[in-house]
Design a protein around this ligand. Structure first.
Ligand code: NAD
Length: 307
């Protein structure tokens, strides 16, 4: 597992508990050391679970893997793709369950399209500190071959994830899944990042509801131009329903900005702008949201840096 933050640790930890041989690879030394010395603790409402996946900062410690799962933020996908390439045994696959659009293509450019499996997950996790994460929400995981088709390896990976506690289905309509999740992030993430609102509060103001609907409308037009059929009938209603269901959440983009980190904007609203330009669909609202988030990234990073 490349990128052992909240999600990578959750999946890696539970796969290890299910008896799989798991290595976590992360650049964060303190976290890797904590896992090596004390194990990885997964905090759940019922109990704290301690598991012992192997962990390293040096991918060359590992040898070859039959499955590489990429769970870095999208800003680090290109780097993770090179790490993945160094780990792949014959016939090995690379799975991305990251948010946003473009991660699978970035991986494919380095490891080859035939290796890449892409999906979405409704699992949620939060990093609590070195060696400690919290398992938040649970839900289904969908995976599909980037090149299409229902292959035996897809079924095998789905079964392995399901056994580890992540109910997973292999799916042929992977573009629909990825765009379906992307559009939810398009509606919620940048707007919460800019306004500082919690997800549910976006519905409290006519103005935020309007920007949300405009941004989502552009993304839907781009998806249609790409020939993608979305997995729900009314995208704006769907985004508002997800915002209501996660009303107390501070989105990952809001949290990244608050901590002076780069956000996944280029893979979310920025991806809508890029794909819109490629397909001849105007996306001025998504472009504006992308530029504002990029400005905020610089403003917050300057504040974080010592004077
Ligand atoms: P995170 O920031 O908690 O973890 C990312 C980890 O990657 C960090 O530990 C970081 O040190 C590590 N990393 C960065 N560069 C690296 C590199 N070059 N090599 C190895 N490790 C590197 O992020 P997260 O919340 O786990 O999210 C990961 C992905 O999953 C994102 O795309 C996110 O949008 C998506 N996602 C998150 C959730 C969630 O609930 N957290 C849910 C669904 C999808």
């Amino acid at each position: 597992i490349i990128g052992a933050g909240a999600m990578g640790s959750l999946f890696g930890g539970r796969l290890a508990l299910a008896g799989e041989e798991v290595w976590l690879v992360d650049v964060w030394e303190e976290h890797v050391r904590a896992i090596r010395e004390k194990g990885l603790t997964i905090v759940t409402p019922a109990q704290d679970i301690v598991c012992r996946p192997r962990a390293t900062t040096r991918a060359e410690d590992i040898g070859s893997a039959d499955l590489v799962i990429v769970f870095v933020k999208s800003t680090a996908t290109k780097t993770a793709a090179r790490t993945a390439a160094s780990l792949l045994g014959p016939g090995a696959a690379v799975l991305t369950l990251q948010n946003g659009y473009g991660n699978a293509d970035e991986l494919a450019a380095v490891v080859g399209r035939e290796r890449v499996i892409v999906g979405t997950t409704a699992q949620g996790a939060t990093l609590l500190g070195p060696g400690r994460i919290m398992h938040g929400g649970s839900g289904d995981t969908h995976i599909g071959e980037l090149g299409g088709g229902l292959t035996p390896r897809l079924a095998k990976i789905a079964a392995t994830l399901t056994r580890a506690g992540f109910p997973t289905v292999g799916d042929e309509g992977v573009a629909s899944l990825v765009w379906g999740k992307l559009i939810i992030n398009v509606g919620i993430n940048a707007l919460t990042g800019i306004t500082g609102l919690k997800n549910g509060e976006l519905a409290d103001y006519a103005e935020t509801r309007e920007v949300l609907a405009l941004a989502v409308g552009e993304a839907v037009a781009v998806a249609r131009a790409a020939g993608v059929k979305l997995p729900y009938p009314d995208p704006v209603d769907k985004v508002l329903a997800v915002a209501a269901a996660t009303c107390q959440n501070r989105s990952s983009m809001l949290q990244d900005l608050a901590s002076g980190r780069l956000t996944e904007i280029d893979a979310i609203n920025g991806a809508v702008v890029r794909e819109g330009a490629r397909l001849g669909v105007a996306t001025p609202v998504n472009r504006t949201l992308t530029l504002l988030i990029k400005a905020l990234e610089q403003i917050r990073q300057a504040k974080k840096a010592p004077a």
